[in-house]
Design a protein around this ligand. Structure first.
Ligand code: ADP
Ligand code: MG
Length: 260
């Protein structure tokens, strides 16, 4: 299930945020989108998921223009966890995850309670939230809350999961817990994952492919092995960084100084 953008241009209040972006996300893989703050990463995810339909150009899902698919049908295939999701007060984990079933409900078509229940159950289990089902979302720790949002997205049973900085504000242990859940879901169900990641080291460890956004467009795309370099980091982030291999053989980088 390929998701792609063609000639995607997005202007917000007269300023161009993304210009003529062409990008294809490889099905069944984990792709990390990286780039400086304000580069347009969240803007890109919102267009890809049709949360923001105000763009020029096309977003295609398996070659079909998503404008022709319809919002509910899109939501059965693409789920997005936004950067700062807000839960209504007094909502429990179970209720929040159940909201993820909205694309399968409508006034004219009765929902399938068994399918809904099973999907919610599955999502809660995969995110290790079984004991938290009746807790209010507001009462959860940052890591637990983020897992609840991921569970809601999973309950949509999408083919493609979009995550916008899913580990921001979490401590390193909870960051890895979230990344491991994402990795397991991708591996076990071949769900395509497209995630904006703040931490480049997470991108290197958990992504099969990188899309680098800079100057309103795609600056580079490819496997970490193919595109990661000291020069790229200097050009994109203005940072001089050392790159070395960790004990797992994964490239990691350590920022050393600003490029002057
Ligand atoms: P990133 O996620 O890469 O940090 P964003 O996609 O959130 O960047 O934003 C890209 C640019 O678009 C920023 O300059 C931001 O200020 C601007 N922008 C995004 N959304 C809006 C909006 N609703 N109104 C005005 N400017 C916006
Ligand atoms: Mg963002």
């Amino acid at each position: 299930m390929a998701l792609e953008a063609k000639n995607l241009t997005i202007k917000i209040q007269g300023s161009t945020i993304l210009h003529d972006v062409d990008v294809t996300f490889t099905p069944k893989k984990r792709t990390a989108i990286i780039g400086p703050n304000g580069a347009g990463k969240s803007t890109l995810l919102k267009a890809l998921s049709f949360v923001n339909p105000k763009y020029d150009g096309e977003v295609l899902l398996d070659g079909e223009n998503i404008r022709a698919i319809g919002r509910k049908k899109i939501s059965q295939r693409i789920a997005i966890l936004p950067q700062s999701p807000q839960a209504p007060p007094d909502v429990t984990v179970g209720q929040l995850v159940d909201f993820g079933r909205f694309p399968y409900r409508s006034f004219i078509r009765a929902s399938d309670p068994k399918a809904d229940r099973e999907a919610v159950e599955w999502a809660i289990e995969r995110t290790h939230l079984v004991e938290y089902r009746d807790r209010h979302v507001m009462s959860l720790s940052g890591g637990e809350r983020q897992r609840a949002w991921i569970a809601m997205a999973l309950a949509q049973e999408p083919e493609i999961l979009l995550l916008d900085e899913p580990t921001t504000y979490l401590d390193i242990g909870h960051q890895l817990e979230v990344m491991n859940i994402v990795e397991e879901i991708n591996r076990d169900y071949e769900m395509t994952v497209i995630m904006v990641l703040h931490d480049i080291n997470h991108a290197l460890q958990y992504a099969d492919e990188l899309v680098v956004i800079k100057n309103h467009g795609v600056f580079a795309q490819g496997t970490p092995k193919d595109i990661l370099s000291v020069e790229l980091l200097a050009q994109v982030f203005g940072v001089r960084a050392d790159i070395f291999k960790n004990s797992q053989g994964v490239s990691v980088l350590s920022p050393v100084s600003l490029v002057r």
